[in-house]
Design a protein around this ligand. Structure first.
Ligand code: NAI
Length: 338
C-alpha cells in the first residue's frame, strides 16, 4: 500500500515513521499542500494522507480518483475541507482521527484564557524590558465567572471539566446536550441567553454550513461588554471583520484564536522574512488584548503519536475491507498489496 503524505513537516514524518514500524507501508512524504496543482504528485498511490489546510474539492478529488487513489486518510478530526458528495460519487472512502487528544486542545483553550485574563504575554515583554509596572495588567478571578461553551462534544466537555475546577459558573449551547456536562452542573441555554450571561465564550462546535460565521456582527452585538472570546475550533466559525469591530468598540475585551479563516496562507510556515499580505490578520495582531497561536492546540507529543497510530490503523482497516473512523465508507478493498 503506497500512501502519499501531503503537507508534511519534520515532526509529522518522525511520528508517522515510528508508527509505520507496525505496518510497513510505503510512505512518500511531501511538503506540498494538496491542491489542484499538486494532486498529480499522488500518481501511483492507493491513499493520500492529508491535514487541515489541504484542499479536497471536486477537481482535486477527481484527479486523485483518476490516478487510482481509493482512500483519503485525514490526520485530523475536522473534515470540512473535503467535498463529501464528490468523494462519494467518485468512490473514494474518507477516514479521520476523531479524537487524538481532546485534552491537548482543551488545555490550550484554557491556556489562552489564563494568558489573556492575566495578560501574561504583555507582562513577559514588560519584565524583559525592565518595566515592572502593573498598570494595565489587571485581571479577574475565574472563580465565579460565567463561562459559555458552544459545542460540548469531546473537547468542549473537557473544557467544562477544567473550568469547573476553577469554579466558573458554566453554561453551554449544543444541538445535543452532553449528559456528562449536565452531571457537572453545566446549564444548557440558547445562544441568546449564552451571549447575555457569559463573560467568557469558547467555541468547540465543528465548522458546517450552519456554523459558518456563527460569530458575526449580530452575535457580537448580543454579547456582554468586554467579553472574552476563544476559538480553537475552526477559523470560519468567526467573521473576523465583525470581531475586529467588536474589539475596537470594546464589546470584545479579550480574543484568543488558535484558528483563523484564512489561515491556509499563513499557518504552519515560517514567514518571518516576508511581509504579511493579509491586512485583516495584520490588524488582529495590533491589539494588545488579542493572542493568536498558529493552529497549535493539538500539538502535543501524545496527540502526534495518536494521530500517526490511528491514521495508519484506519488505513489497515480499509485494506481489510473494514470501516474504522470513517467519514465516508465505500467498503472498497485496495487489493494492491504493500
Ligand atoms: P465533537 O464531534 O466531539 O463535538 C462537537 C460538538 O459540537 C458536538 O457535541 C455537536 O453536537 C456540537 N455541534 C454540532 N453542530 C453544532 C451547532 N450548530 N451548534 C452547537 N453545537 C454543535 O468534536 P471535538 O472532538 O470536540 O472537536 C471540536 C472541534 O475542534 C472540531 O470540529 C475541530 O474543528 C476542532 N479541533 C481543533 C483542533 C486544533 O488544533 N485547534 C484540534 C482538534 C479539533
Amino acid at each position: 500500500m503506497k500512501i502519499v503524505v501531503f503537507s508534511n513537516k519534520p515532526y509529522t514524518e518522525r511520528f508517522f515513521r515510528a508508527a509505520n514500524e507496525a505496518h510497513g507501508y510505503d510512505l512518500d512524504f511531501l511538503e506540498a499542500r494538496l491542491n489542484a496543482e499538486t494532486a498529480g504528485l499522488a500518481a501511483g498511490a492507493d491513499a493520500v494522507c492529508v491535514f487541515v489546510n489541504d484542499i479536497l474539492d471536486e477537481p482535486v478529488l477527481g484527479k486523485l480518483a483518476e490516478q487510482g487513489v481509493k482512500l483519503i486518510a485525514l490526520r485530523c478530526a475536522g473534515f470540512n475541507n473535503v467535498d463529501l458528495p464528490a468523494a462519494e460519487k467518485l468512490g473514494l472512502s474518507v477516514v479521520r482521527v476523531p479524537a487524538y487528544s481532546p485534552h491537548a486542545v482543551a488545555e490550550h483553550t484554557v491556556g489562552l484564557m489564563l494568558a489573556l485574563n492575566r495578560q501574561i504575554h504583555r507582562a513577559h515583554m514588560r519584565i524583559r524590558e525592565g518595566n515592572f509596572s502593573l498598570e494595565g495588567l489587571l485581571g479577574f478571578d475565574l472563580h465565579g465567572t460565567p463561562a459559555g461553551i458552544i459545542g460540548t462534544g469531546k473537547i468542549g466537555a473537557l473544557v467544562a471539566q477544567i473550568l469547573n475546577g476553577f469554579g466558573c459558573e458554566l453554561y453551554a449551547y449544543d444541538l445535543k446536550p452532553n449528559p456528562d456536562c449536565e452531571a457537572l452542573g453545566v446549564r444548557y441555554v440558547d445562544l441568546e441567553e449564552l451571549y447575555k450571561r457569559c463573560y467568557i465564550l469558547t467555541l468547540h462546535c465543528p465548522l458546517t454550513p450552519e456554523t459558518h460565521h456563527l460569530i458575526d456582527e449580530e452575535a457580537v452585538g448580543k454579547m456582554r461588554e468586554c467579553v472574552m472570546l476563544i476559538n480553537t475550533s475552526r477559523g470560519a466559525l468567526v467573521d473576523t471583520k465583525a470581531v475586529i469591530a467588536g474589539l475596537k468598540s470594546g464589546r470584545i475585551g479579550y480574543l484568543g484564536l488558535d484558528v483563523y479563516e484564512e489561515e491556509a496562507d499563513l499557518f504552519f510556515e515560517d514567514l518571518s522574512n516576508q511581509i504579511i499580505q493579509d491586512d485583516v490578520f495584520a490588524r488582529l495582531l495590533m491589539f494588545p488584548n488579542v493572542i493568536v497561536t498558529g493552529h497549535q492546540a493539538f500539538f502535543t507529543h501524545n496527540a502526534l503519536s495518536a494521530i500517526a497510530e490511528t491514521t495508519l490503523s484506519n488505513v489497515a482497516a480499509f485494506e481489510r475491507g473494514e470501516c474504522l473512523n470513517t467519514v465516508l465508507c465505500q467498503k472498497v478493498i485496495c487489493g494492491k498489496g504493500r
